[in-house]
Design a protein around this ligand. Sequence first.
Ligand code: UDP
Length: 447
Amino acid sequence: ATQKQAIKILMLPWLAHGHITPFFELAKRLAKHRTIFQIYVCSSLVNLQAIDPNLARTHSIELVELHLPSLPDLPPHMHTTKGIPLHLEPTLMKAFDMAAKDFELLLDRLEPDLLVSDLFQPWAVQAAAARNIPVVNFVVTGVAILTRLVHAFCNSGREFPFPEIDFSGHWSSKRGRKVSDEVGRDWALRVLKCLRMSSDVVLVNTSPEFEGKYIDFLASSLNKKILPIAPVVPQIKPNGKKPEILKWLDKKSPKSTVYVSFGSEYYLMNQDREELAHGLEQSHVNFIWVIRFPKGERLTIEEALPEGFMKRVGDKGLIMEGWAPQLEILNHSSIGAFVCHCGWNSVVESMVFGVPIVALPMQLDQPCHAKVANLAGVCVEAERDDEGNVKREGVAKAIKEVVSEESGEALRGKAREIGEALRKREEGIVDEVVREFCSLSQPKNDD
Ligand code: UDP
């Protein structure tokens, strides 16, 4: 088929690394069906820069810039040290909303046959609907939190059957943002608007093995087909030179080492960082810890850690500043657990590689994801103090429980089992998405 006959799919993720990645991964999988689809991924310039342009070119994916207005506290090129986009909500939300007009122009120029949209931009869904362009929502967080949000704000009259899924749990009390406040409500209403105006197919980056009952409940609450397409995570492609970090891991014994990271957005408070350091030390396991600082906070690693820490841990610990090759690390046989903030991508990635989780959720949907992972039998939450601060004893105890003690065998076994199930799913799953997209983008015959 020629380019002209291909079904044009426009993808619009929310403006954050954790959303761009799964959207682009789905784009890559769809782009394999090049005779059927032409894929466009639309985002702000800063967020598009998180995508490797060569990779986009190889897959014939067109990257399309959405112009955000320049607001005083939203500099156009705000980056962390490793080039990862950093924007702050709610200014970002405001700027994204203000891009609605530009998005409409884009729809008129590209004339897509289908929009794949995140859940926080009802204006985009509305603009597509007004042009008779069908919309498929792609949910890149867990489904349990979504069922809770949908239930809390859509007054269905039914009792919520999963009391374990709530908005409590541990939050970083100072820096973290909660779901239950005004912002959470605003986000929830946006989500509901998007879901209501979109098609009857919803893609979710999760799996029945992991969130089966929540998927079923969401399907019946929304009366929509929920298509669990996990794992939508990047594939590891060895490209010649082995990173130093993997050589370091090669020297450690199997499952002896924890990987510690808090994702692409969150920065630990000083006190939490210090407690975590002591916790790692007290656990006596090996660790790789990715430490990030907000722009402008000019601490050296030595200053950021307890005095003498690096010396005491010696070769047991490796600190990486800024950014780590997370997938390669999780894939390494020396990794025994992921000390994780439970951003959804990290949870899914940990599962793909069969790595159990020590949870230290910090904000937003993370406490809920930690609970889901805990209920699935693959995660232990590190105990915190009453204000949600990280506690060294809690960290050390949870790590030991997962990595070194016999009690952890069940967790490790379950993580392996889920990992195998997820990897098996990878083959057939996109075929179903392709079928749905083809059927949705067929011109409807009105008479
Ligand atoms: N990530 C990475 N290296 C890092 C930190 C994060 O590759 O040092 C990737 C990670 O693999 C995941 C994403 O960034 O795909 C983080 O998404 P997640 O949903 O876990 O957390 P968020 O960044 O949204 O809080």
